[in-house]
Design a protein around this ligand. Structure first.
Ligand code: ADP
Ligand code: ZN
Length: 615
């Protein structure tokens, strides 16, 4: 019996590996980098935990949330595994004690936040000790194209520079092909073995319903909940206030429900979570704050009281139902109010223009899913870049007669246009084009926006985040002949985040492209830098905002280290950085005067600054 299987049996108490677990574990043990995509509840944790136990040294796990870490550490300690954490809550002697234990080789698994890894002092400490492997949880957070982007995660791209030869495994439940490519880039995992298990949770039935009125939704929710009395359910809401309101309303209807959100005191949260985990209360009404890392396998249904932010979020949240594999249900209610709330959240978010655009596009695609007349599961699986042939038979659309109007002619028109202008026109000028073209067809802007959304959801068109959100035809889109009807709903019930409502698209006129988003900066393949004479990608004047931001960062670093700014990095190097805009450690190395040591120490501080301006 292999060592890893022995540990799976004896330490974790599982009989056999499932999915791609064994491949992942063995690869990491042999020293290979791995990216593992597996659904929520797929058992990703053991894939970094077991190699940490088999290989010499301490396994370092990077996790975005302290709450997530705590759950895993508690479980591991219960199983007799020496697991610990250093984070901002662990200070003084406690921190020294953990560090000493690590030095003595007494810790198998150490959980840390990405912020901690960014601290040079901590990095220096890690270099003194033997590291078994790195586990990177929720790896989609490293990509601006994924949901829940965490700029802190980008420091992890430098691990290979700091710890050559130490294998890294990045795991996530949600990554569409563009996010996956970006994860590889950001985390410097180009040669990683990519393992994927099916994202399809066939045991979960999917239903999405347009909210006509709050009253109608309440009646429907009560019907769902009352027919499932005694079963565990989650009700996801957009914010704290809604959570409290819905929980109160359910209680007033005699339903066994408790609220859970970050605004409650720790004890209330823990009590309510415990009551739910133990089955003392049927329903937990919560924000997305609940669920990550919580392991309750018999949640029978998830209701989205409000619409989530993206298909990824929808997939992740509905995935909390039926981890035991038994039939479960996911219901989602959507309405224009939700769209407006989400739009506002995006507007107010801290992200830059590029991340807002990506978020809007993701919201748009979810709206497309909601208004599609075809199999929802197929759309979701396709969205994650996987083939799904036929209909699932387990979603609301599969269970009713497909109804709608055929828009093949319009689609052929758009396909023709995109074929001529592939990757040139962005979604905003697409708006213009379509308006122009469809004026003759007497279609409203909202109407053809819906058609474009349906092309996206049905895989004919891809919104390419790395190309300023421009629309590109997919292979399927290029092959579209219009021989079979392509149906969309008769009436536009949901308005989109962008196609219909962007003030910017309104103000654009054909031929006037001045306000369209900037062209993406050309990105050469990494190897090109070495051979071609490097030319500036964009002219950065002295004092350009990026250069100033880089200088500010350098001054900050100098202050932190109590050194002169030029010691950190020379002005000429900064200028070159502002011109070349390197986004990875390797690219950073092409800057004159920046060697391995500088990259290791500072690249993770400069790259986020550049990234912000690259948008
Ligand atoms: P993920 O991180 O992929 O969402 P977890 O690692 O939290 O999932 O695992 C989900 C559940 O599956 C946990 O209860 C875990 O103990 C269990 N599990 C993991 N691997 C196996 C296995 N090989 N056989 C049975 N149960 C497993
Ligand atoms: Zn279906």
């Amino acid at each position: 019996m292999s060592k890893s299987l022995e540990i799976l049996n004896n330490v974790f108490g599982h009989e056999a590996f499932r999915g791609k677990q064994e491949d992942a574990v063995e690869a990491v043990i042999s020293g290979r980098d791995v990216i593992l995509l597996a659904s929520t509840g797929g058992g990703k944790s053991v894939c970094y935990q077991i190699p940490a136990l088999v290989r010499d040294g301490v396994g370092v796990v990077v996790s975005p949330l302290k709450a997530l870490m705590k759950d895993q550490i508690d479980t591991l300690q219960f199983l007799g595994v020496a697991a610990d954490t250093i984070n901002s809550d662990v200070t003084g002697y406690d921190r020294l004690n953990v560090m000493n234990a690590i030095r003595k080789g007494e810790v198998d698994l150490l959980y840390v936040t990405p912020e901690l890894l960014a601290q040079p002092k901590f990095m220096a400490f890690l270099k003194e000790v033997k590291i078994a492997c790195f586990g990177i949880d929720e790896a989609h957070a490293a990509s601006a194209y994924g949901h829940d982007f965490r700029p802190d995660y980008q420091v992890l791209g430098l691990l290979s520079h700091h710890f050559p030869g130490v294998p890294r495994i990045a795991v996530t439940a949600t990554a569409d092909p563009q996010t996956l490519a970006d994860i590889k880039e950001m985390l410097n995992l180009h040669d990683a073995l990519v393992l994927e298990t099916s994202l399809d949770r066939t045991n979960i039935s999917l239903s999405i319903e347009k909210r006509d009125s709050a009253k109608q939704q309440q009646a429907k929710m009560l019907e769902i909940i009352r027919s499932r009395q005694g079963q565990s359910g989650l009700v996801y809401c957009v914010g704290k206030n809604t959570v409290d309101k819905v929980a109160k309303w359910l209680a007033s209807e005699g339903v066994s429900a408790l609220p859970y959100h970050a605004g409650h005191s720790n004890t209330t949260r823990e009590d309510n979570q415990e009551a739910f985990l133990r089955g003392e209360v049927d329903i937990l009404v919560c924000t997305v704050a609940f669920g990550m890392g919580v392991d309750k396998s018999d949640v029978r249904y998830v209701i989205h009281n409000d619409m989530p932010s993206s298909i990824e979020a929808y997939q992740q949240e509905t995935g909390r139902a039926g981890r035991d594999g038994l039939p479960s249900d996911a219901f989602m209610f959507v309405g224009n109010q939700d769209i407006n709330i989400r739009k506002r959240m995006i507007r107010k978010s801290k992200g830059g223009a590029a991340s807002k655009r990506t978020d809007n596009n993701k919201l748009d695609t979810l709206i497309g899913l909601a208004e599609s007349v075809y199999c929802r599961r197929r759309a979701i699986i396709n969205y994650f870049g996987k083939q799904f042939v036929g209909d699932c038979g387990n979603c609301d659309n599969c269970q009713r007669e497909v109804e709608g109007v055929d828009v093949c002619a319009e689609i052929l028109d758009i396909v023709g246009y995109l074929r001529d202008h592939a990757g040139v026109e962005d979604t905003h000028s697409m708006t213009v084009v379509a308006r122009d073209r469809f004026a003759a067809r007497r279609l409203t802007e909202e109407r053809w926006s819906l058609i474009v959304r349906q092309m996206i959801v049905n895989g004919l068109v891809e919104v390419r985040h790395s190309d300023c959100g421009r629309l590109h035809l997919t292979a399927e889109g290029k092959a579209f002949t219009g021989d079979n009807p392509f149906l969309v709903v008769k009436k536009v019930a949901l308005t989109s985040a962008k196609f219909a409502k962007s003030p910017r698209s309104r103000s654009l006129t054909v031929g006037k492209r001045a306000s369209s988003p900037r062209k993406p900066r050309a990105r050469a393949a990494a190897g090109d830098y070495m051979t071609k004479p490097r030319r500036s990608r964009r002219k950065a004047n002295v004092g350009s905002p990026l250069l100033e931001a880089l200088r500010a960062m350098r001054d900050k670093l100098a202050k932190e280290e109590g050194r002169e700014p030029y010691f950190i990095i020379h002005d000429t190097a900064l200028r070159q950085m502002a011109e070349v805009m390197p986004l990875t450690g390797d690219e950073m190395l092409t800057i004159k005067g920046v060697g391995q040591a500088k990259v290791a120490s500072y690249a993770h501080r400069f790259i986020p600054v550049i990234r912000k301006h690259a948008a």
